[in-house]
Design a protein around this ligand. Structure first.
Ligand SMILES: NC(=O)N[C@@H](CC(=O)O)C(=O)O
Ligand SMILES: [Zn+2]
Ligand SMILES: [Zn+2]
Length: 434
């Protein structure tokens, strides 16, 4: 197996300062992290490649606990191979994929299929979630024990909310007995029927029915009570409202085992930013008010929201061309996530670099008990190199994902990942790199 010597790397220390280091990668591990002048690795090993990371940041491989890879069943939107390629291009080395495929990932065979395809792709580490209910229909629980044995890392009906409180309670009790988390898409269907954007100024202006904040927060509140009753690890998907943040903050204060995630778009965009009836701005949950955006930022900053996820949700151009009301919900996320957050929050001095990196590495690893997310001697060599200087515009035609559905086209950003290693194997390298 090839070994790598990354020299002149800027690495974050515990205090969040950048230190100049050299990193030796071999046999899938970080063999050593040395001070700048520790010298060259004069090795007899001819399979050693030296990489000059001068001026670049080296971080643990990014982790994304909420993504849609669309395979099986929707290969025209994405495959596990194209999705994984997009992930590593975006600097992600571990991704957890949602079960709203066709068939739904609700049996051990489909979990196995996802794992097999991921292994064939041999790019990012793919962790499959399994459905809570058969076909995500909310009627009958799946076989949690068999799904866990097959390799599922948690249970979720992402794409839809579990409408019945009793069903959710049963799911949580069962998951708790298996020491597995329940990951919830929070949405009360009775409040959102026929709506495609958030209740608010944009919806009024265009005569559209609005999705109210309560449709999300009602489930968050209900589920927190059920998590308290069952003792399960309850994780809230794509938090987007002030009310959800408040409920999660209160639940954490009294020791309920709740964790939560937030997406870049909900930290950056509000409904008032939507330029017109363009479905590349349509996702679920929808872009809410500026007040909600500020509450999500605050929630992330004070630890109420534990991590950032992309909710990478590719759809075809034909599907997205159906217009705001008919197009499916969702935007792609892998290849813009880090540059967006770096440019909007770190470059502007709002967050430290360490804060952002932790929310995309150490924090998801802590919450989901993963063995990755650390850049240290003897750690697994999942490593990402990021160029913090080069300014580049978002161009969907350059994406590795099949999806072109992004509201960020043309945004000038810094913080582009340029090289990615998974288990010590180079899985992405920016072709423009000298
Ligand atoms: N987020 C989205 O807008 N869409 C997701 C479903 C989901 O995450 O709920 C999808 O599968 O397309
Ligand atoms: Zn969802
Ligand atoms: Zn999703």
């Amino acid at each position: 197996m090839k070994a790598y010597f990354i020299k002149n790397a800027n690495v974050l220390n515990q205090e969040g300062e950048l230190e100049r280091k050299s990193i030796m990668i071999a046999d899938g591990k970080i063999v050593d992290i040395m001070d700048e002048n520790a010298g060259h690795f004069a090795s007899e090993n001819t399979d050693l490649e030296e990489i000059d990371a001068a001026g670049k940041l080296v971080v643990p491989g990014l982790i994304d606990m909420h993504v849609h890879l669309r395979e099986p069943g929707f290969e025209h939107k994405e495959t596990i191979e194209t999705g994984s390629r997009s992930a590593v291009k975006g600097g992600f080395t571990t991704i957890a994929c949602m079960p709203n495929t066709r068939p739904v990932t609700d049996d051990p065979e489909t979990v196995q299929l996802v794992l097999n395809k991921a292994q064939e792709a041999n790019l990012a580490k793919v962790l499959p979630y399994a459905a809570i209910t058969i076909n995500e229909l909310g009627r009958e629980l799946t076989d949690f024990e068999a799904l866990k044995s097959a390799g599922a890392i948690g249970f979720t009906d992402d794409g839809v909310g579990v409408q019945s409180a009793q069903m959710m309670k049963d799911a949580m009790a069962l998951a708790a007995s298996l020491d597995m988390p329940v990951i919830a898409h929070c949405e009360d269907n009775s409040l959102v029927e026929g709506a495609c954007v958030a209740e608010g100024e944009f919806a009024r202006k265009h005569g559209l029915k609005g999705i109210p904040n309560e449709s999300e927060a009602i489930h968050v509140g209900r589920d927190i009570l059920l998590a308290e009753a069952t003792g399960v690890h309850y994780h809230v998907c794509h938090v987007s409202t002030e009310q959800s943040v408040r409920l999660i903050r209160q639940a954490k204060e009294i020791g309920i085992k709740v964790t939560a995630e937030v997406c870049p778009h909900h930290l950056i965009l509000a409904d008032e930013d939507i330029p017109g009836l363009d479905a590349n701005w349509k996702m679920n949950p929808p872009l809410r008010s500026r007040r909600d955006v500020e509450a999500c930022i605050k929630g992330l900053e004070d630890g109420t929201l534990d991590m950032i996820v992309t909710d990478h949700a590719p759809h075809s151009a034909e599907e997205k061309a159906k217009g705001m009301e008919l197009a499916p919900f969702g935007i792609v996320g892998f290849e813009t996530a880090f540059p967006l957050l770096y440019t909007k929050f770190v470059e502007t001095g709002k967050w430290t670099l360490k804060f952002l990196v932790d929310k995309m590495t150490a924090e998801p690893a802590r919450v989901f008990r993963l063995d990755t997310g650390r850049l240290e001697k003897d750690a697994i060599a999942d490593v990402t190199i990021i160029d913090l200087e080069g300014l580049r515009a978002v161009d969907p035609n350059e994406f590795a994902t099949k999806g072109r559905n992004t509201p960020f086209t043309g945004w000038e950003l810094k913080g582009w990942p340029v090289m990615t290693f998974v288990d010590g194997k180079k899985v992405y390298s920016d072709p423009t790199l000298s």
